[in-house]
Design a protein around this ligand. Sequence first.
Ligand SMILES: Cc1cc2nc3c(=O)[nH]c(=O)nc-3n(C[C@H](O)[C@H](O)[C@H](O)COP(=O)(O)OP(=O)(O)OC[C@H]3O[C@@H](n4cnc5c(N)ncnc54)[C@H](O)[C@@H]3O)c2cc1C
Length: 473
Amino acid sequence: MRTAVWWIRRDLRLTDNQALTAALKHAERVIPLFVLDPGLLQSRYVGEKRLAFMLGGLRSLATEIAARGGRLIVRSGSPVQAVADVCAACKAEAVYAERDFSPYAVTRDANVAAALSAPLVLTAGVTIRPPDQVRKDDGTPYTVYTPYSRRWRALPPIVRSEILPAPRELCDEPHLPSAPLPVQPSQPKSTPFPSGEGEAKARLSAFIKGENAPIYTYSEQRNRPDLEGTSGLSPYLRFGMISPRLAALAAYTAIENAPNAAARASADTWLSELIWRDFYFAILHHFPHVRRGAFRSEFDAVAWDKDETLYTTWCAGQTGYPFIDAAMRQLIAIGWMHNRARMAVASFLVKDLLIDWRWGERWFMQMLIDGDPAANNGGWQWSAGTGTDAAPYFRIFNPVAQGQKFDPTGAYVRRWVPELRTVPDNFIHEPWRMARSDQLRAGCIIGRDYPAPIVDHAQARARVLAAYKAVKV
Ligand SMILES: Cc1cc2nc3c(=O)[nH]c(=O)nc-3n(C[C@H](O)[C@H](O)[C@H](O)COP(=O)(O)OP(=O)(O)OC[C@H]3O[C@@H](n4cnc5c(N)ncnc54)[C@H](O)[C@@H]3O)c2cc1C
């Protein structure tokens, strides 16, 4: 009986799992292994909410594996040691895993491969299209999204027959010891993002099913943090609780079945977002220096303000700008933030406070349950204007106008910043403009119940432009 190890990393699913399917093709007995790697668990980029989400996903995967006669083997320690130990103990002929692209993962996998006597076979699956599949005619990688997406879309669409079914049966190796999964941290019952493959599939289905499916109004609603107009799938894609290929298939199918042109365009916009995800993986793969510094290295010389107090004020959602504070408090409360809000708070940190985008990137990684080295880095560099693409450094979001445009009734602000709940609509995005009598009537005294703005946007704008211009010259 041939044995293989399925080394699970960020592919916590059974459906459309390319590593698992490849392992099952080559071996009768496949051992599912997850390694609790202290190198990752103790990193300063890790956060409790994401860890709880991942552990919940592992528990539900373990249940699904057990229902098929198998057993999830958990080990704690260095992956080099743990994978080699399990391989030796079950006399595995090969180890299968999905190729990952962060510099940490690349080095880890090279070290594991070097230490193993059996081959480490890396399959696709973390992205829809592997980064090397989408290149320019001359073989060089794209650095701008639009031509990248054009080439991406020119490849054959994802079709149902490509989606790999979940295995019906798995075998166990009863003599193989396994560590228990840590009980803590765990997700609160009230979490808006319950972990697991089943939940991921249900969400995708709710997002795309029927003529009135949210995917068909995505274009008009996706910029509104006060509405639930996006899929909320990012944490599930982050840990592979759903395959990105399955999400792409859903998008293609929705495009095909769209009831009208506007609906079709909406579904197509959603596909574009999935392509952005692939794009940032490709950037990280081809340009790993982005993990440490600016994609365009001249921007590493910006004279950032190293003001820790301003930074912690931003982290805590106490800047005095309601839209920014609502978003930062949403992040603290649920470990997720709407994309429009992410863009606004990132611009605010970098452009209004002149704080190094890497500080914000780190805070997001610590707080987000979907925190992903590629997408997060891409989002921050886009916002800072230091990255790929046309993200000019002189584009600076106005934190008041962003709120007025994308949270027109102030519902998002009122939800996350309760001290502003009774502020009248016309002041909700700039409460400091209320006369003292209005403040008294609203029960919200600026400077006492809610902070005054920590910076003047117009002055901050001039300062950041000068700082960026200095390095451009
Ligand atoms: C500063 C900043 C930091 C970000 N950090 C992360 C992060 O750590 N992890 C993360 O998954 N996304 C990140 N994003 C991208 C985006 O904000 C989230 O993917 C999105 O808000 C998730 O919500 P959703 O699942 O409802 O997305 P939907 O709008 O339903 O989009 C579907 C999927 O497409 C992908 N996607 C959408 N927009 C982007 C994008 N701009 N870049 C890459 N992928 C995208 C996500 O996987 C998402 O789940 C960041 C954006 C910014 C501006």
